[in-house]
Design a protein around this ligand. Structure first.
Ligand code: TUI
Length: 313
């Protein structure tokens, strides 16, 4: 049985967290992951608080296990969402695309555990000083908005820089990835792309199919300096390339991207939709229930770790 201090911190059975992906990580998916012994997370994205409240209730109708909400700091509703998660006593909040420092006193007072997603050592250190409970160290192999450092060098640097549990993200989709990041000093993994292909994930079937078909070079980076996004290659990414080639403005790029994640998730537009996915898409070959994904990853990681132990004599 493989357990880490993260399991005790969060009250979960397995050290696996599901990424809080905007539009993708609904109450249905979060509930399935939490029910299976991982930590399911609702992705608030740009959704209004009332929508997020309904997703929280969906989780609570399905399981009593701990779960989380991801707050995206570019959302126009950050303040209201902070109040919502405190009022609802959501067990865990993860944050992305910003610094949650000013909200920590309120969240801590409400008993909410706070786990910011970071992509740099400097922000990791600053947030530890402010009292966060753990950190997700997200390498640039991940899907969606990406940082600049890959998981392999990022995770051990953050592990060395802080004393709280570090969860590795970016490029991980199986038990080999879990075993590898435990070797780097992580206390668990966060996976997004793998869970898009969970049966309980409500995205359009075309989105799941695109991940199943993805090869090693299909999860490409689009956008411009300071705002790079990893998505699966399609007609939209070619339009981005054309804009970049003629030196288009940030506004033009932004306009091309607007509404495209929704188009992929809701309408299944795999040609012109934004199919956010990480480099691990090429490792995802099967749609199955979240519980089966977690069981498979745990069994694989345990087998690897015991095999590796036997190499030492
Ligand atoms: O946030 C992400 N990944 C994302 S967000 C997204 S797109 C989206 N689209 C529609 C609605 C909502 C969202 C797709 N992928 N990852 C977490 C992450 N956060 N990685 C890096 C950071 C980060 C960056 C800067 C964290 C903090 C930060 O702080 C700067 C500061 O203020 O110091």
């Amino acid at each position: 049985m493989l357990r880490t201090p993260l399991c005790d911190l969060l009250g979960i059975t397995y050290p696996i967290i599901q990424g809080g992906m905007a539009w993708v990580a609904t109450g249905e998916l979060a509930a399935a992951v939490s029910k299976a012994g991982g930590l399911g997370i609702i992705g608030a994205g740009n959704a209004p608080p009332e929508t997020v409240r309904q997703e929280i209730h969906k989780v609570r109708e399905r399981t009593d296990n701990p779960f989380g909400v991801n707050i995206y700091y570019m959302s126009p509703y950050v303040e209201e969402l902070i109040d919502l998660v405190c009022a609802e006593k959501v067990p865990v909040v993860t944050t992305g695309a910003g610094n949650p420092g000013k909200h920590l006193p309120k969240l801590k007072a409400a008993g909410v555990k706070v786990i910011p997603v970071v992509a740099s050592v400097a922000l990791a250190k600053r947030l530890e000083r402010l009292g966060v409970d753990a950190l997700v160290a997200e390498g640039m192999e991940c899907g969606g908005h990406i940082g600049e450092i890959a998981t392999m060098p990022l995770v051990p640097q953050i592990v060395d820089a802080v004393h709280i549990p570090v969860i590795a993200a970016g490029g991980i989709a199986d038990g080999r990835g879990l075993a590898a990041v435990l070797a780097l000093g992580a206390a668990g993994v966060q996976m997004g792309t793998r869970f898009i292909c969970a049966e309980e994930c409500t995205v359009h079937p075309n989105y799941k199919e695109a991940i199943l078909k993805a090869g090693d070079r299909d999860a490409v980076v689009t956008g411009m300096p300071g705002h790079y996004v990893r998505v699966l290659k399609n007609k939209l990414t070619r339009q981005f390339e054309e804009l970049a080639a003629r030196g288009a403005s940030w506004e033009e790029m932004d306009r091309l991207g607007t509404g495209k994640l929704r188009a992929a998730v809701v309408e299944g537009d795999v040609e012109y939709g934004s199919l956010m996915a990480g480099q691990s898409a090429a490792l995802v070959r099967e749609i199955k229930p979240a519980a089966a994904i977690i069981e498979e990853i745990m069994a694989e990681a345990e087998a690897i770790i015991s095999r590796l132990g036997k190499l030492v004599r």
